[in-house]
Design a binder for this molecule. Sequence first.
Ligand code: RNT
Ligand code: ZN
Length: 422
Amino acid sequence: MASEEMIKKAYELAKEQYAALGVDTEQAMKNMDQVAISLHCWQSDDVGGFETPDAELSGGGIQTTGNYPGKARSIEEMRADLEKVLSLLPGKQRVNLHAIYGDFKGERVDRDQIEVKHFQSWIDWCKKLGIGMDFNATNFSHPKADSGFTLSSKDEETRKFWVEHLKRCRAISAEAGKQLGTPCVHNTWIPDGSKDTPIDRNGHRELLKKSLDEAMAVDYPKEHMLDAVESKLFGIGAESMTVGSHDFYLGYAISRNKLICLDNGHFHPTEQVGDKISSCLQFIDQVLLHITRPVRWDSDHVVTLNEDVQLIASEVVRNNYLDRVKIGLDFFDASINRVGAYVVGTRAAQKAFLIAMLEPTSSLLEMEEAGQNFERLAMLEELKTKPFGAVWDYYCLQNNVPVAEDYIASVQAYEKEVLSKR
Ligand code: RNT
Ligand code: ZN
């Protein structure tokens, strides 16, 4: 464990090195206040939810692997885990719920029956913690999703059921945003697609458009809720056609003034979400990010500080897009300590943003515009080994959260005292 004195000393040296490049480390740390990351509650229970009888994740090719002990089995356990995670993160974050996480109190409430009252205790909990809440309709893990089609289903009863679900989720979101004084981002992702080559791609897309229009007919104030739609290339079991493709949703978002949700596990592995942000934002107001780590496929591994995540953060920061980009995470790993997984992944995303804020962007841009591409490349390489860690440590110290690897012991203690007893 580094002493406070060591952390401060290292920071002072780092501050000088960055200052020599024209970078103000104090300002960079201040700017981190604008980075609110929405913690996806589903990491703590492998996307199970609190519906009765106990729901299991199924549908659409999303999957958790592993059975590490200690997953959250109730709202109380989930909130305790989230509070633990929040206590180990610098800055102020948000929480992201799925509709299956209602406070149903043992009652069987189907998706087309959920109401604000089932989420009031979550809203109250967020209020108590002083954090915002985001929300998601759950269009999977349900008998009415077993056919592989929900909002784009040709079975009218099924389609209507999911339209009703989405309507209710939006109403709940608007109320949460109103009560909490910060807009609740409602994200729609559906698993709809087909394993083998379909004949009628168009028919399902027409139905999806119609369903979204029906479910989004009510306009809520932007201060209360914002709609996002999440595209995907494919899911396991839906390899040949995904109804909600990127082309589909980008068109929908542009024409309906919605947010597009970019999940970096949802594109061809050589495509970069970091490259898409400045394209989407030419035509739509805001983007929602699902930051994840796809390993060979949309595997939802715990986020690490890799080049994909760095490009995403750098593009947001370079272009001053923090007020137009909502940041969510989307990973679920059941093979390691789940609370630890949360902390590693969220901190990795935060680090990427802080690194982006420590970039001497204007001098790099000058080089670029002067055609000094060797100089640009050299600087980008040198920046990788500047003493970022010293600034990050100091930022954690300032925020009264464990510095560097010190959070490992805290997660271990929580495992011993809480998780291992579940
Ligand atoms: C699935 C999407 C979606 C889900 C969550 C649970 O591929 O990424 O965002 O992971 O809604
Ligand atoms: Zn996602």
